[in-house]
Write a protein that binds this ligand. Sequence first.
Ligand code: ASP
Length: 377
Amino acid sequence: MKKTCKIPGFGGFLMLLIPLLFSSTGFSQDVSITPLPDPASGIRDQASGTGQPGFHPGNWVLVIHGGAGGPPQGSMSEEQEQAYKDKLNEALAVGTGILEKGGSSMEAVEAVVMFMEDCPLFNAGKGAVYNDEGYAEMDASIMDGSTLMAGAVTGVTTIRHPVSAARLVMTETRHVLLMCEGADLFAQAQGLEMVDRSYFQTPARTKQYERMKEQQRSKSDTIKEKKDSRPDTVSMKDDNTKGTVGAVALDNMGNLAAATSTGGLMMKMKGRIGDTPIIGAGTYANNATCAVSCTGTGEYFMRNVIAYDVSALMEYRDWSLEEATNYLIRDKLKSQGGGGGLIAVDKDGNIAMPFNTNAMFRGYAKAKEGAVVEIYP
Ligand code: ASP
């Protein structure tokens, strides 16, 4: 049979035109998919954007922590204390370098946390604590106060800088939180540096893990002893489990950001997720109020939604940053037995660093002022 080329009528013309139109917008295969709205568009108005009332351009602020918990003052040698202080100062210098050149708070908090993830003294990235199977499962999150966009990863095992993976979840996906293998694969596909699990292990953490494993073995008989091995009671008793890292910043544009990264709790159950990757529990930022990064026994911070509650008390009750953070850490969490602390900066550049444990590694730097680092109350 001879093939003929037919010129289509109007109906046929439309039939040809419709797929063409869709293919030019990338929906030729499945026309039922509706494009995703810009995820930040509806919430941009809720955060007050750049240029806060009461904020003076050029007055950037950076606050960092290297974990709460730890032994009472005097238990660490002077050299040990100095080593922590040196690293805190170096971390502040990383963020200061960015903020004073007009870099954004997002860039600053990511860079500071990356730096601390590389430092084996802290419980994040290299030096992260191990789960009960003996390897690090890490969590991280980041939030941009100017858009209320956020990203997080949990249970990752091969990403050198979990905080950068969290930021890419925020910028490159339509999700907020990716877990475990999916998060590791995503980071790899994004070109982040991937490492072997053994990269995160240090002799100090291995020793600590072996000691705790031994304690757990010798205790595993009675119901009471099983209860005592729950992560929330183990964590703050052991002097080496502190060390989660976090940073909050206000940049020269008046934009707030927060980031947190951790290995969680030493000897946590495999698969346990703490507050760090939970937006609102361990990390929160909103240009209308404040930026917050928490550290401590994550279960309490999750149950009390601490990071968001600081912002909510400021927004709905008109409390100051100091009132909100003191109440949550020194009253509410303490009365429940939840050990920990937080760092925060508000939209006007006020800072708070309350904790209810023996120590919290912390520091801050402000435009035109020197850096300050502290460990004990
Ligand atoms: N908040 C972390 C967690 O529970 C641990 C810590 O900050 O020390 O995973």
